[in-house]
Design a binder for this molecule. Structure first.
Ligand code: NAD
Length: 319
């Protein structure tokens, strides 16, 4: 079907064109999400510290600005997708930031994974300038972002959520308002805790299976048909077995998230022994230069603990 066959979609795109989105942070996630806003017909103005990150979006019809103030000024909604808490704080508090340069629509949605506590503090400061803030972190990774299939967990005031919803719908499939400001980050950190502990469980099973001489791909397939099935075994298992550490959600980013989980657990007096253990393994992975590798590289920790690395080095020497 061509757009002419779908007049209702054309109407939506035309209506959306009157609304402007400022999008800040065009990395693995942000660039895909900003593209979907463009496709939905919104006018999109983008900014990234690395200017070349804006190129593909500008080619597809976005505009770009040289600083945060110019990016956000005429925006109905500002969205950020940045690595860590200090990056979001700099977008809010710097001289050319959102607080000193309120956007036209006075609505700011941070979709990064950052500290819930820092989020609440920023929301309070922004409210003094009449700007409503939502925290809306996501799950689904770059593939979910590419397919506009993200799960989005949103904290903040209900009226602000309702205003942001049409924009969020362009990027995600499961969108839930989970409570007050900071609640989105809390839910996201619980998500990360489950992911990391599950990755560790998959690594342990593969390490034991390998040491016992079973065929790992066959083991993975049969386990996926039973009660041990998981997203991690399904999606990360093949790369672990193949020794492919390259693409995906970076070890560095998961370590950042696990530290946020432990910080929150400390504040709430909740012991999280499994999270503490897997965090130590992520620190080990990073110390061995795996920070930019995908999360499946956690299996390399088990390579080292089981002497598998030494076997590979010896094999290479013999050949
Ligand atoms: P990324 O490192 O690929 O991209 C971040 C982008 O932000 C970069 O282009 C960087 O230049 C830019 N940036 C950094 N500081 C900036 C600033 N002050 N102003 C403007 N631009 C700035 O990161 P990502 O993988 O896109 O992840 C972004 C966020 O989403 C993180 O909080 C991450 O934890 C979360 N997340 C990532 C994934 C994933 O699979 N990659 C999945 C879910 C959630």
């Amino acid at each position: 079907m061509t757009p002419a066959d779908r007049p209702w979609e054309e109407t939506k795109v035309t209506q959306n064109a009157t609304q402007t989105v400022a999008f800040i942070g065009l990395g693995n996630m942000g660039r895909e999400m900003a593209h979907h806003l463009l496709r939905a017909g919104y006018s999109v103005n983008v900014f990234d510290l690395v200017a070349s990150a804006c190129d593909a979006l500008v080619q597809d019809g976005a505009t770009s600005s040289l600083n945060v103030a110019d990016t956000v000024r005429g925006a109905d909604i500002v969205i950020s997708m940045l690595p860590n808490t200090p990056d979001v704080q700099s977008v809010v508090y710097s001289r050319d930031g959102i607080l000193a340069n309120p956007p036209r629509g006075k609505l700011y949605v941070d979709m990064s994974t950052i500290s819930p506590e820092a989020t609440r503090a920023m929301a309070l400061d922004l409210s003094s300038a009449g700007i409503a803030m939502l925290d809306a972190p996501v799950s689904g990774g770059p593939i979910g972002a590419r397919n506009a299939a993200l799960s989005i967990m949103v904290g903040g005031q209900k009226y602000a959520f309702e205003r942001a919803l049409p924009f969020l719908k362009a990027m995600g499939q499961t969108i839930s308002h989970v409570g007050e400001i900071g609640a989105g980050q809390t839910v996201k950190l619980c998500n990360q805790l489950i992911c990391a502990v599950n990755i560790q469980a998959v690594c342990e099973a593969l390490a034991l299976g390998r040491a016992s001489g079973v065929e790992l791909e066959q083991m993975r397939e049969v386990l996926l048909g039973g009660s041990a099935a998981s997203w991690m075994l399904d999606k990360l298992g093949p790369a672990m077995i193949a020794g492919d550490s390259s693409a995906g959600f970076r070890i560095d980013l998961m370590l950042k998230d696990l530290r946020l989980v432990l910080e929150m657990a400390g504040q709430k007096d909740v012991p999280l022994p499994a999270t503490a253990l897997v965090t130590a393994q992520y620190v080990e992975a990073r110390a061995h230069g795996e920070g930019s590798n995908g999360n499946q590289a956690l299996f390399r920790v088990y390579d080292r603990m089981t002497g598998q690395d030494a076997v590979r080095v010896m094999d290479a020497g013999i050949r």
